[in-house]
Design a protein around this ligand. Structure first.
Ligand SMILES: Nc1ncnc2c1ncn2[C@@H]1O[C@H](COP(=O)(O)OP(=O)(O)OP(=O)(O)O)[C@@H](O)[C@H]1O
Length: 360
């Protein structure tokens, strides 16, 4: 598991360890001091694609910027490959930054440099000679599928192509860790998918650890193996992405998940939902099924078991990190007898259920 328990001893396989990390920003102007991160402990396993998800202002950017020393923690430690980033002098920090690539929402390409020149930049800065740079950059442009654009300028590229150049530049110094700060947030859904496919390929082929922050659950679902949910500067939930998505525990996780296509209730049902049943009401229940349960004819069995009318309100079959799962919202009588039969059926079939509310 990539995201270890709070305060667990850092694992030898850790690419990054946040060990009780806090970040307070001092008071300025009219605003008082602000706690952006509050004793965050998190381990990112080598070779994983780990996502950190949270709402705007939750502390995601601050957390990721600690990894390459762009921010300094006020308390606690950040270890990259076992090295305490806070203890590094300027020269050691420069060396760390060569082993940690980063890609950004707005690409951060230099408009005056060609595609080749942008990817070559970190190598020129590190003093590599021209021939070696040429030999390093060409295969990277091939890898990101833009060899034919090497002499173009950023203004001549689409958003997706600019991000591919951003990725090639981040890989130029052969880092072991890639940080992604909302790298697909400015892209349309199709381009987002192609960039995520590229990140997956790089992770698998180069064994690169990827730590990405995003506010998009779709991104986490498509590409990460592990996820941590951050809320008001604290990690509120963590685990394998499949487990967190199918058994969300914290209300922030549930709220973030409710935005996924297929998770949304039809508006009329959502508006009619009541927190407690009245006589004759129906319970609205979300069933999540995966593994062996996904193979069974569950609906017909449920109708047989419950022995009463079961309405299907919404449903989706999807994949999380390549593993299939289904989500189905059904309604049935909220009376004790019908609900009791339904609950027995859910337990017998290993279904995860959540009562969303009641409707007349
Ligand atoms: N330099 C700073 N000085 C004061 N407060 C800051 C500073 N940088 C960030 N903050 C505050 O810390 C909190 C966390 O910011 P951060 O950028 O890490 O959030 P985020 O989750 O990345 O949000 P977003 O998704 O909107 O980028 C915010 O409330 C922000 O206003």
């Amino acid at each position: 598991m990539s995201v270890s328990a709070q305060n667990a001893a850092p694992s030898a396989d850790a690419a990054v360890v946040f060990d009780g990390v806090s970040k307070h920003f001092p008071a300025s102007g009219t605003s008082g001091a602000f706690t952006a991160l509050d004793k965050v402990s998190l381990t990112v396993d080598r070779g994983s694609i780990t996502g950190i998800i949270g709402r705007s202002g939750a502390g995601k950017s601050t957390l990721i910027r600690l990894v390459n020393g762009l921010e300094k923690p006020t308390g606690g430690k950040v270890l990259v490959d076992g090295v305490d980033v806070g203890g590094l002098d300027e020269a050691a920090l420069r060396s760390l930054r060569r082993s940690v690539g980063m890609i950004f929402q707005h690409f951060n390409l230099l408009s005056s440099r060609t595609v080749f020149g942008n990817v070559a930049l970190p190598l020129e800065i590190s003093g590599m000679d021209k021939r070696a740079i040429e030999q390093r950059v060409r295969p990277l442009l091939d890898l990101v599928g833009l060899a034919d654009k090497h002499g173009r300028y950023p203004a001549e590229l689409s958003g997706g192509q600019k991000q591919r150049i951003g990725i090639a530049r981040a890989l130029a110094t052969e880092p072991k860790l890639l940080l992604s700060d909302e790298a697909t947030s400015a892209l349309d859904p199709e381009t987002t998918q192609s960039i995520l496919e590229l990140l997956k390929r790089i992770n698998a082929d180069l064994g690169l650890t990827v730590l990405l922050i995003t506010h998009e659950m779709e991104v986490v679902k498509a590409v990460t193996s592990d996820v941590a949910v951050i809320d008001h500067g604290r990690i509120v939930e963590r685990g394998h992405t499949f487990d967190v998505f199918t058994h969300p525990k914290h209300e922030t996780t549930r709220a973030l998940l409710s935005g996924l296509p297929g998770s949304k209730l039809p508006d009329a049902v959502a508006r009619a939902l009541k927190p407690a049943p009245a006589a004759g009401d129906r319970a609205v229940v979300r069933l999540t099924f995966f593994g062996a349960a996904a193979e069974k004819p569950l609906i017909s069995q449920l109708i047989k078991s419950v022995g009463a009318e079961v309405n299907i309100i919404a449903g989706t079959i999807d994949e999380i990190g390549g593993a299939p799962y289904g989500s189905l919202v059904v309604a049935y009588g909220a009376d004790a007898e019908t609900s009791g039969r339904a609950e027995r059926f859910f337990v017998e079939n290993g279904l995860v259920t959540e009562v969303l509310g009641y409707v007349a």
